[in-house]
Design a binder for this molecule. Structure first.
Ligand SMILES: Nc1ncnc2c1ncn2[C@@H]1O[C@H](COP(=O)(O)OP(=O)(O)OP(=O)(O)O)[C@@H](O)[C@H]1O
Ligand SMILES: [Mg+2]
Length: 577
């Protein structure tokens, strides 16, 4: 397993060491017990010495109980070490994901991150727990049993020396054969989880398009593949048990032959034969356990690689030591900005963008789908870094700022906005957790959300379900605007955030912005001309470039795209009325 992962053991080192120590103690007892039994049979029973039998019997019971206690302790520590290790790993991945920039998140799909945090970590946990418990056990058990056997019969010890590597080799061969099938199973699991997640997340869309049958068939296919692969792998692993049985009975048979002769020639006692048989069983079952652990470790190997991939991902944005914490004003400057989602050399989504926005201005952005409006504004709170050129906020390059400070003062409502499960109060307070009830209500009034919230029976204590599915699209957008406003930002960016709000309410929101937050720079992306018409400047975007900048009046004269959109919406709209 990857060494990097062991760093996450941390405070569970103690348990991880204690487990094998108790295992060793348990093994000692288990090895001594057959010897004790041999004594009872060969001395006590042979001589009919009842007192001796009782005395040795009591010692035997005590030893058995000690073995039980040590075993239980070992199991307990191993379970704690395994579960604690898994907990730490989960924490580490979770922390890491929190550090991810948008670009990092683009690398991994959500379902793959979820699988890594659940199934993969469980695999590593199981392998770790079994390793510290069983890997210490097998070699010690084998060595001690061999030594004990050697004191009884050299011939039988020699027999073990031949059989152990033979059986070990066969078991490892089986595990190796099964390994690739297990790896494939886990890859398929990823696909399965992905399918399930997509389906459940988009349950409403699936229903609306009556795609249930198609989805069921898709699911059925993948789960059949998982079934096939698993059966293949398990079919191979199933050889473990009969192989083991075959070796065990062959060995016992040979031992009885050798032992029988020795007893006849009186070089061995009956009790001694019984105890070497127990040693044989112990050695062989230890080998069997090793082969199980081996399979588990190989499975965990694939999982651990997938976990390390996440832990190794370098968070793309890190604060500088002397990062700027205060943003002087809400001005924004783009200097010859190129941007590509794929990094340098990739397809450019933004090409040579130049723009200077004064603090407190209201800026409208309009342009066709895919013209890079969202891409453009995402560079302002530094959700992505420019590929070339620079973006400045308040006259300072965004890369110079402390990220948290920058994003606190550049508040953005994402196009794909979501609410979280919790009350409306809790959701809005994402913007500022210390805000009073009155402040929350004030920003909701500004965002024209107060009206409908007051109509809910529980008002601001109404529970929002995951994703915000129990409020309408327009209501959700207004709550998201309120949440962004609560930060009291110097720059407010709304990415198509009133698309589901009716025109009248949309106008009221803009009016409130004008009157209540005049000093905040407001950037409004919209599909509707009416949403940006009264802005100080309107930017027309086309295919990653700025096609025109100016007021609505100016653009009507100079910009073809704007004129077409305007005419199709405003004039067309007027004609229809
Ligand atoms: N996360 C991403 N990874 C890779 N490419 C992306 C990503 N997001 C957007 N793009 C690409 O960048 C281009 C611009 O997309 P963008 O989302 O900025 O357009 P938009 O103007 O906001 O469109 P819309 O009006 O539909 O919201 C598109 O070609 C899109 O495919
Ligand atoms: Mg967009």
């Amino acid at each position: 397993m990857n060494r990097k992962l062991f760093k996450s053991i941390r405070e569970y080192k103690r348990e991880s060491v204690l487990a094998p120590i108790f295992v060793i103690l348990e093994v000692f007892m288990e090895v001594l017990i057959p010897l004790q039994m041999a004594k009872i049979i060969d001395i006590g029973i042979a001589k009919g010495d009842l007192e001796y039998i009782v005395k040795m019997g009591i010692i035997l019971v005590v030893m058995a109980m000690l073995a039980l206690i040590f075993g239980a302790k070992a199991g307990n520590y191993a379970a704690r070490a395994g579960a604690g290790y898994a907990k730490n790993l989960r924490h580490d991945i979770f922390y890491k994901v929190q550090e991810f920039s948008f670009k990092n998140i683009d690398h991994f799909s959500t379902s793959s991150l979820v699988t890594r945090m659940t199934t993969d970590i469980t695999n590593v946990q199981m392998a770790y727990m079994m390793s510290i418990r069983l890997l210490a056990r097998a070699p010690i058990m084998i060595v001690l049993s061999l030594i004990m056997t050697l004191t009884i019969s050299r011939q039988i010890a020699l027999l073990f020396l031949i059989v152990i590597p033979l059986l070990g080799g066969v078991l490892i061969f089986i595990a190796k054969k099964a390994h690739p099938h297990f790896i494939k199973v886990f890859d398929e699991y990823d696909i399965l989880n992905n399918g399930v997640q997509e389906n459940v997340n988009a349950a409403r869309v699936v229903k609306a398009y009556v795609r249930e049958d198609h989805e069921i068939e898709k699911f059925h296919k993948i789960s059949q593949t998982v079934y096939d692969l698993f059966t293949k792998a398990e079919k191979i692993v199933a050889w473990n048990s009969p192989t083991m049985q075959f070796f065990m009975y062959s060995v016992i048979l040979i031992m009885v032959l050798i032992g029988g002769r020795s007893i006849v020639f009186q070089t061995m006692e009956t009790g001694e034969l019984t105890s070497v048989i127990v040693y044989a069983i112990q050695i062989l079952s230890s080998l069997m356990m090793v082969s199980f652990v081996f399979v588990m470790i190989m499975i965990a190997e694939a999982s651990s690689d997938r976990i390390v991939e996440v832990l190794d991902e370098v968070p793309e944005m890190q604060d500088k030591e002397d990062a700027v914490k205060e943003i002087p004003d809400g001005s924004i400057d783009f200097d010859h900005v190129d941007f590509s989602y794929a990094g340098e050399g990739g397809n450019l989504s933004l090409k040579d963008v130049n723009i200077h926005i004064k603090s407190g201005q209201t800026v409208g952005i309009i342009g066709g789908t895919g013209s890079a409006k969202s891409t453009f504004v995402q560079l302002i709170p530094r959700l992505y870094d420019v590929t070339k050129g620079s973006v400045k906020v308040g006259g300072i390059d965004v890369r110079e700022y402390n990220l948290e400070a920058l994003r606190d003062q550049v508040s953005m409502v994402l196009q794909k906005n979501v609410l979280f499960s919790g009350t409306i109060y809790e959701n809005i307070r994402w913007g500022d957790e210390n805000a009073s009830d009155e402040e929350v209500q004030r920003v909701c009034k500004l965002a024209q959300a107060d009206g409908f919230v007051q109509e809910f029976p529980a008002k601001y204590n109404t529970m929002i379900v995951q994703g915000g599915n129990n409020v309408s699209g327009g209501q959700r957008q207004r709550l998201c605007i309120a949440r962004a406003l609560l930060k009291n930002p110097k720059i407010l960016i709304l990415d198509d955030s009133t698309s589901a709000v009716d025109t009248k309410t949309d106008a009221l929101i803009r009016k409130a912005f004008r009157e209540e937050i005049p000093d905040t720079t407001k950037i409004i992306i919209a599909q509707r001309v009416s949403s940006v018409e009264d802005a100080d400047v309107i930017i027309v975007m086309e295919d990653g470039r700025i096609d025109g900048i100016g007021t609505s009046e100016e653009l009507l004269k100079t910009n073809k795209i704007y004129r077409e959109v305007y005419e199709s919406q405003v004039k067309g709209g007027a004609d229809n009325e």
